[in-house]
Design a binder for this molecule. Structure first.
Ligand SMILES: [Zn+2]
Length: 409
């Protein structure tokens, strides 16, 4: 009598997953996003136990469900009234700053600041955490924004420190943008405190892109702030505060990257809101608005890795950042853009799939050398790092070429 033998678990029929990503790759039935998408842009303090985009029983992602509700079931007129009431509560009568608008001079921050100032009579102070490697078009748009009638405070952290953190984040997390995101998220609340302004208005809620944040109109302050005695719990480039100190950085160097103390935020009574809670936010309309009112210019050519010309243009490292998400999660820039455009009903799913097939994972050649020089790493280190972050359940090698095991259909 023989006992049936189970198929042995080999690398081929049960490939390993890295970073706690879901083993089964699933694509949303409505958009083109997969369940491998992490729910936070800051990503994992540790590489494991990552929270990813939730799917329901019908195979539809939570971001698509949120968007469905925006098309029917929300009384946008009532929301506009809520916005007016909010602004009435904060509007200054002596011309002093009454609202902080964090932004880079992209279409969204142009739109928000312009509407607040010229439609609602607010006195915005715009706040920028600028890229360390501005693209020409990014710099032009930033200047155009300020020239369109806005006061701005830009905070640039120590260039040497930022370079080191970016390098660490690339090598240890394959996430070169992480230090930038941390600083950028914190700068709005920190400046609000500094200038005694109690209202911060952002553009679009990230949760609509699938981030699991449990709030809607008012930001979850915990995302930006932490209790004073936990501020040093921050992990950058997979290195703890103490490890970074051991690398030769000082507390002073790290301060810009640490979250604001929750106690300070609460004591000052600072409120944070998303404009996209108060209107049916559609990104292409923001582009046309910014072009007409603030002189916003799109990229003169198609952005590498995708089919669009007007989003996320200001930093030379943007293209590399999206390329790293293609390596780690199988989700490149065209997937993000197409998922977004399907939810906003600019394209249908078939078009989205075709765009993903055509552009996703295109190598960010244009600023490749700039990025290597900036991070002070060579090509060999670069490719070696990429390969370390290819999860076997996503990637396989065929004729010496890396191929995704699962693509959207
Ligand atoms: Zn979806």
């Amino acid at each position: 009598m023989t006992t049936p033998t189970k198929t042995p678990k080999t690398e081929e029929n049960s490939p390993k997953t890295l970073f706690g990503l879901p083993k089964e790759v699933q694509f949303c039935k409505k958009c083109v996003m997969s369940n491998q998408r992490p729910s936070s842009t800051v990503e994992f303090k540790n590489l494991d136990k990552k929270e990813t985009l939730a799917f329901d029983d019908e195979g539809v992602c939570s971001a698509c469900r949120i968007h469905e509700r925006k098309w029917d079931g929300i009384d946008w007129g009532a929301r506009q009234k809520d916005l007016e009431e909010l602004l009435d509560r904060h509007r200054s009568s002596d011309g002093s700053y009454d609202v902080i608008v964090p932004g880079s001079g992209g279409k969204d921050s142009m739109y928000v600041s312009h509407v607040l100032k010229y439609k609602f009579g607010m006195h915005p102070l715009t706040i920028t955490w600028p890229p360390h490697m501005y693209t020409d078009i990014g710099r032009i748009n930033f200047d155009a924004w300020i020239a369109a009638g806005f006061d701005n405070v830009s905070f640039t952290p120590n260039g040497d420190v930022h370079r080191l953190l970016t390098r660490e984040a690339f090598l240890n997390l394959l996430h070169p943008f992480q230090p930038f995101i941390l600083g950028q998220k914190n700068i709005g609340p920190k400046m609000a405190l500094q200038y005694g302004v109690k209202l911060i208005v952002y553009g679009e809620n990230e949760a609509e892109g699938g981030s699991r944040i449990k709030f809607n109109n008012t930001m979850n302050t915990q995302f930006f702030a932490s209790p004073r005695d936990e501020r040093r719990d921050v992990v950058i480039g997979k290195r703890s505060y103490n490890e970074l100190i051991d690398l030769g950085l000082s507390h002073h160097d790290l301060e810009p990257y640490l979250p604001i103390a929750l106690e300070d935020l609460q004591e000052a009574g600072i409120e944070m809101h998303y404009m996209s809670f108060y209107e049916n936010w559609r990104c292409q309309e923001k582009y046309y608005f910014a072009q007409e009112h603030c002189g916003f210019q799109p990229n003169p050519e198609r952005t590498e890795g995708t089919y669009t010309k007007f989003a996320s243009l200001d930093d030379k490292i943007d293209g590399l950042q999206y390329y790293t998400t293609h390596i780690k999660f199988g989700i490149g820039r065209a997937t993000y853009d197409a998922a977004y455009d399907i939810r906003h009903r600019y394209i249908d799913r078939d078009e989205g799939v075709a765009l993903v097939k055509r552009y996703d994972g295109e190598f960010p050649q244009k600023y490749f050398q700039d990025c290597l020089d900036y991070m002070e790493i060579n090509e060999e280190q670069f490719y070696e790092t990429l390969d370390n972050f290819r999860s076997p359940h996503l990637w396989m090698k065929e004729a010496d070429e890396w191929k995704l095991r699962h693509t959207v259909k």
